[in-house]
Ligand binder design. Structure first.
Ligand SMILES: [Zn+2]
Length: 428
């Protein structure tokens, strides 16, 4: 037995060393989107060694013996897409309001794993998951290579106030509501706020997600009012900063947004009723805006289906989408930093690329929309040295689509090749 184990580990050792030392993959591209220069190049070859890009050259390089060649001569190649706002654990259909009483954590984890696979196959090689306690474990499993999915930056449970958007006991019978407390992400006062952040840190979160205002899909009347005092948001951001965690705030109304921006929050999610005052404040402070137009569109459409959402939710959903689009166009003109994010989970996972269409509808050029999901998203994460572009030294996150996505962003909905971290998950 011992001998067998020794032999096995020896074999593993050789596979690992030989693949990292010699395995070269040449990717022959028909076209290559250079997201940093903002232009589309003609024929090119990308050389991938192990999990990194070693070289990029024009034309199609001849392979050396032992090289693997990926033929994408009929496709347009671009960096793996990055979605800064997903919920891999959830899908918010009509059954969701009952399912929370039926599903166990292990059910949710398996759902999350399925959604992660769909997301990766749709060309999204990195996602930021903003709320879902199972996702920290999923992130680790994917990083280990025992589950299939995008690279994940995970928030774990969101932080909210009692009765706030991310208070999971909203809408329940009184005896089931209880008093969740900071461990469950429900805080009241700065001390609770710090405790909730530290609890997330202990559980392995990368980013702290707060619900700075009401939200659309929670069973609560208001979707727009502020939900933390200034002192509470300040405490959250400060505690996160001390522990090296980034922060993101769900926000629909301007007062909650303003408090979060003043506290130094990293990004404003949704931003539905963002005023010019808030936009200017965000520009000044370098706060990112993640528009999630897909969420607005989908919930507006479904709110018209009788019984799809509870009445209190449908009412809010109908109001939000048109406002989101108007705000997006205005923030774009005003020069607020924008990163791509969809709120996948509110709509079916794997349909993330529809967002490109809405961004272009709202006034973004197709190239800027692609940049928001690559270089810009990488900057939001502070990982622009490794992610978001195809050039030597970057991690090999590479996808391809048929047609020309810069002429028509619908092409991004048909991904024909996916490589993440040097491994191929879809395509030739
Ligand atoms: Zn969300």
């Amino acid at each position: 037995m011992r001998f067998l184990l020794f032999g096995l580990s020896l074999a593993l050792f050789f596979t690992v060393t030989s693949s990292s030392a010699r395995d070269r993959t040449l990717i022959h591209c028909g076209k290559l989107v250079d997201v940093e220069a903002g232009e589309v190049r003609g024929e090119a070859t990308i050389v991938v060694v192990s999990n990194r890009i070693e070289a990029v050259s024009s034309g199609h390089d001849r392979p050396r013996s032992g090289d693997r060649v990926v033929d994408l001569r009929n496709a347009t190649v671009l960096p793996g897409l990055m979605d800064m706002h997903v919920h891999l654990q959830s899908f918010f259909g009509p059954e969701r309001y009952v399912e929370r009483f039926q599903l166990n954590p292990e059910d949710l984890a398996l759902h999350a794993a399925h959604h992660a696979r769909l997301t990766l196959r749709a060309g999204f090689t990195t996602v930021r998951d903003l709320g879902g306690e199972q996702v920290v474990a999923l992130r680790n499993a994917i990083a280990k290579g025992i589950a299939e999915g995008p690279r994940i930056i995970a928030a774990g449970r969101s932080v909210a106030i009692t009765g706030g958007h991310a208070d999971q006991s909203n809408g329940m019978r009184r005896d089931l509501q209880g008093d969740p407390g900071p461990a469950e992400g429900v805080i009241n006062g700065p001390d609770d706020a710090r405790k909730a952040v530290r609890q997330r840190y202990k559980e392995g979160a990368d980013v702290i997600k707060i619900t700075a205002t009401g939200g659309v899909l929670s069973v609560a009347k208001d979707g727009f009012r502020p939900q933390f005092t200034q002192a509470e948001v300040d405490a959250i951001v400060e505690a996160a900063r001390d522990l090296g965690l980034s922060t993101a705030a769900h926000a629909h109304g301007p007062e909650g947004m303003k408090r979060a921006v003043l506290a130094g929050i990293g990004s404003i999610e949704h931003g539905t009723m963002m005023t010019e005052e808030v936009m200017d404040l965000m520009r000044e402070r370098g706060t990112w805006y993640v528009p999630t137009l897909s969420a607005g569109r989908y919930t507006e459409e479904k709110a018209k289906v009788p019984g799809y959402y509870p009445a209190v939710v449908a009412q809010k959903a109908l109001a939000v989408s048109p406002m989101m689009m108007g705000t997006f166009s205005q923030a774009l003109k005003r020069g607020v930093k924008i990163a791509f994010g969809t709120d996948a989970g509110v709509f079916p996972h794997g349909e993330n690329a529809k967002e490109f269409l809405y961004l272009v509808e709202g006034g973004m050029t197709p190239m800027a929309a692609i940049q928001s999901a690559t270089v810009e998203a990488a900057k939001l994460l502070g990982q622009e040295r490794e992610l978001g572009a195809i050039k030597p030294g970057m991690l090999a996150d590479i996808i391809a689509v048929e047609g020309d996505p810069v002429a028509d962003v619908v092409a991004l909905q048909k991904v024909v090749f996916v490589m993440k971290n040097g491994a191929v998950f879809a395509g030739p």
